[in-house]
Write a protein that binds this ligand. Structure first.
Ligand code: ATP
Length: 271
């Protein structure tokens, strides 16, 4: 694979570096080609929300951390994209929340399982659930996608997943689990099936949730429940879609946003 050096001065240097990381993950067997396509879809929606954590995302991130702290069996589901983009941060978040990490792959193969487990072990984490030897099945899905760990997703009351397809999100929520989804597309089936939808890039969402967890883990159960009671996922999703509509209206009237006008539009939206 030919590698290009990305100049720091390139206006989209950060985004190009993320793409390079994903290509490396593909070569290492962590990601599949379809993971690259999913990332492209995500980038498009990230553009639409201004590539920043907006207030609707922050609200959902706070509610998600409160839910995970209140859960009896919280599990964070890890797929190839999540592993390639933020394995270190997922390990830290799981430890702060006392949540399990479980490998959950759409395209499952022994090679991928091995590559992702190796990545986590290299980072000093030995407890990744969901390999071939510890499998149960969940209803509503077929084949490899139905396989879960009896110590993790099978008994979980709360599951956080990211960059996931709608089928599995729907199956997990039909099983009565609290599903938290990180998905840049507020229109996806995953976004509407989840109980808490975080419309943000996983690269920003997980570090933000780490900071929130450092604070919220010392709050009382009562305070955490209050955060949840004041959170309304449908309203929040409508706000995310409204935000995109406002931005597109503004661009259609005033032309494409430059970085400065983009800031102004976001301020205008916030009122
Ligand atoms: P659904 O089945 O839920 O309607 P889909 O068919 O789009 O979704 P995929 O293509 O598997 O399912 O989903 C990938 C999802 O992950 C897309 O909605 C995409 O916007 C989102 N996504 C991609 N990259 C990121 C990222 N870095 N952070 C958050 N979300 C992302």
């Amino acid at each position: 694979m030919i590698r290009v050096k990305i100049p720091d001065t390139h206006p989209r240097a950060e985004s190009l570096r993320v793409r390079e990381r994903l290509i490396e993950a593909l070569e290492a067997g962590v990601l599949t080609e379809s993971g690259l396509i999913a990332h492209g879809r995500g980038e498009c929606f990230d553009y639409l929300i201004g590539e920043k954590t907006q207030s609707f995302a922050l609200r959902a991130e706070k509610a998600a951390v409160a839910t995970l702290l209140l859960a009896e069996h919280p599990v964070i589901s890890v797929n190839g994209n999540a592993a390639a983009l933020c394995a270190v941060e997922l390990i830290e978040l799981s430890s702060l929340l006392d949540a399990k990490l479980e490998l959950n792959l759409f395209y499952r193969s022994a090679r991928r399982e091995k590559a992702i487990s190796k990545l986590f072990r290299k980072l000093g984490f030995e407890g990744l659930l969901g390999n071939r030897t510890q499998r149960a099945s969940i209803r509503g899905l077929d084949g490899g996608r139905a396989k879960v760990s009896p110590k993790g997703l099978l008994i979980a009351d709360t599951v956080m997943l990211a960059i996931e397809d709608g089928d599995r999100t729907l199956s997990l929520s039909r099983l009565g689990k609290n599903v938290i989804a990180i998905d840049l597309n507020p229109l996806s089936r995953t976004a509407s099936a989840a109980s808490i939808t975080i419309v943000d890039n996983i690269l920003r969402a997980i570090p933000r949730m780490i900071e929130l967890a450092k604070d919220l883990r010392y709050r009382s159960t009562w305070e955490l429940r209050e955060i949840l009671e004041s959170y309304d996922n449908s309203k929040n999703l409508r706000e995310a879609i409204g935000f995109i509509r406002t931005r597109l209206n503004s661009v259609s009237q005033n032309g494409s946003p430059t970085p400065n006008t983009l800031e102004r539009e976001i301020e205008l939206f916030r009122g």
